[in-house]
Ligand binder design. Structure first.
Ligand SMILES: Cc1cc2nc3c(=O)[nH]c(=O)nc-3n(C[C@H](O)[C@H](O)[C@H](O)COP(=O)(O)O)c2cc1C
Length: 191
């Protein structure tokens, strides 16, 4: 299918079967993530792949129970020690780093879709620590990962969808957060 065709099929999927995700598909997603552009060519996006159900359940216990349904989760981090940041430019780089990680996440979502794998982007940020958004801490969510160096940016939930369309691509939900998922005409986005 063409790239525009895959983009038309991409949607957030939150109901998954137990069918495992092939390593070849995860490899393709990681390849696409590394191919994403990065501000000042920092290439500081980092990834951790979760396949074990107890680890995935732990992520879900702390962030949102939806995560527990995934067969595989790719966590996206920012390597904050990768670059020497000039004094006074920390906030500029924090902003660029988030965009780098987001670019990788989007690439992976499209590759997952092209493999007929349902996916959902779950946001994460250190500002969530201590808020109602987390039922624990980021440290509890990512034991064994040096969070002073690797800042969590987001999760990509992966799983074969419980509901698929005629061509076996994940079927979109009609609404989320009280708003229809269907997009308005492009002209309405132009300012
Ligand atoms: C930055 C970002 C953060 C998101 N965080 C969440 C999230 O925490 N939980 C969730 O269920 N969906 C999350 N989503 C998915 C959005 O809800 C979804 O993209 C939106 O409802 C449009 O639906 P669609 O992806 O099917 O087109 C996130 C998407 C983005 C881009």
């Amino acid at each position: 299918m063409s790239l525009l065709g895959i983009m038309s099929k991409r949607c957030s999927t939150r109901q998954f079967t137990d069918k495992p995700i092939p390593c070849s598909a995860v490899d393709a997603m990681l390849w696409s993530a590394v191919r994403a552009p990065s501000g000042a060519n920092a290439q500081n996006q980092r990834f951790h792949v979760y396949r074990m159900s107890d680890e995935i359940n732990n992520l879900g216990d702390i962030r949102t129970p939806i995560i527990r349904r995934a067969a595989c989760v790719i966590a996206v981090f920012i390597d904050t020690e990768h670059l020497q940041i000039p004094d006074g430019e920390e906030s500029i780089w924090a902003f660029l780093n988030e965009q780098n990680a987001a670019a990788s996440l989007m690439s992976m979502a499209l590759v997952a879709t092209s493999c007929h794998i349902g996916n959902c982007w779950i946001s994460l940020n250190k500002s969530m620590d201590g808020t109602r958004v987390l039922k624990g801490t980021l440290a509890e969510m990512f034991p064994g990962i040096d969070l002073d160096r690797y800042e969590p940016h987001g999760l990509l939930l992966l799983g074969y969808p419980k509901s698929a369309d005629f061509h076996d691509y994940p079927r979109s939900e009609e609404s989320h957060c009280g708003r229809p998922v269907a997009r308005r005409p492009v002209l309405e986005y132009i300012i």
